[in-house]
Design a protein around this ligand. Structure first.
Ligand SMILES: [Zn+2]
Ligand SMILES: [Zn+2]
Length: 316
């Protein structure tokens, strides 16, 4: 039995026994035709977490950069990952993107245009789904490079992003430790790009999960070099430089999430062979060691404070 078939069977069970009864109970039958695909995206999300764990956990055990006696802060990151990959990503990237895509395509067809599509602009991509998928990934990652760089440039935005940087025990679970508002901005940004380049609805969540898989790896507590591939794919060492205590806030480097090419082109790359301690010394302790709700609350509080506080020279 192929993996695809296996996923479909599990998604079918979840749909039949958990999702459809809820939809019928509340009279939400309009969602019925999407519910299976949505369950499938949830299963992909679970699979992504399992694969990440299977790959990263042994490597972290064998080649750790740091060893920690107390792993409470890591446990909070586990909550972030499961909530994000199995909960938020499938809901937001499939159900909401699908709705937006249908409305957007409908509106431009009504206006007499044909919806945009990457294969129409670059006909050589036609019939090469893997290459098209890679192009989508490159474009989304380029957009994410600038989103991330701006989140370090603007004081109020960094007040939210500081939650991601406050972690001193960085591990493969740390990628999803983001403020919900910051995640919301990311998704809006991704939606806009995704709609503009015509990503098909079921490919969109898969792209996000694939990119997030590399991002999880890049946060791993692994003292392992990618060798020459460090210039092609963001490695734990490369992203660790971005999380270094010295780099927190305004003067960071290595913003790319998946492809370091963007840092090379826009002159923010640092490939030096160092394994620095991570964290943001200016962030409140609660952002490192608080529980999920405390961190979300504190992040929002700092965001509002940064928005309302009179401007002074930002050196976050
Ligand atoms: Zn950052
Ligand atoms: Zn990071």
């Amino acid at each position: 039995m192929g993996l695809d078939r296996f996923f479909s069977i599990i998604a079918g069970y979840i749909d039949q026994y958990a999702v459809l009864p809820v939809l019928y109970h509340f009279g939400w039958m309009t969602w019925e035709e999407l519910s299976f695909d949505w369950c499938l995206v949830c299963v992909y999300g679970m699979f992504a977490v399992i694969v990440t764990y299977a790959v990263c956990w042994p490597l972290e055990a064998l080649f750790p950069v740091e060893r920690w006696a107390d792993k409470k802060a890591v446990f909070t990151d586990v909550i972030y990952t499961i909530l994000s990959r199995v909960g938020v990503i499938p809901v937001v990237t499939f159900l909401i993107f699908y709705q937006l895509q249908t409305a957007f395509s409908g509106a431009i067809v009504d206006a007499g245009f044909i919806p945009p599509d990457l294969e129409m602009v670059f006909p050589f991509l036609f019939g090469h789904p893997v290459l098209t998928f890679l192009c989508y990934a490159l474009i989304l990652d380029f957009a994410d490079y600038w989103r991330h760089r701006f989140s370090h440039t603007y004081r109020s935005w960094y007040a939210l992003h500081a939650l991601h940087h406050a972690q001193r025990q960085m591990s493969f679970w740390s990628d999803d430790r983001n403020h919900l508002l910051d995640e919301g901005i990311s998704f809006l940004w991704f939606f806009t790009i995704g709609l503009a380049i015509g990503i098909p609805p079921l490919q969109f969540p898969l792209l996000i999960l694939a990119l997030r898989f590399v991002e999880s790896m890049s946060h791993a507590n692994i003292k392992l070099s990618f060798g020459p591939f460090e210039y092609l794919l963001v490695s734990p060492r490369f992203h660790r430089r971005h999380h270094a205590t010295k780099a927190a806030g305004h003067h960071s480097c290595n913003y790319a999430a998946v492809f370091p090419i963007w840092d090379i082109i826009f002159r923010s790359a640092d490939f030096s062979d160092v394994w620095l301690p991570t964290g943001d010394p200016k962030a409140a302790e609660v952002l490192h060691s608080g529980n999920y709700f405390e961190q979300q609350y504190w992040g929002l509080k700092m965001f509002v404070k940064a928005l309302t506080r009179p401007r002074r020279k930002a050196k976050a």
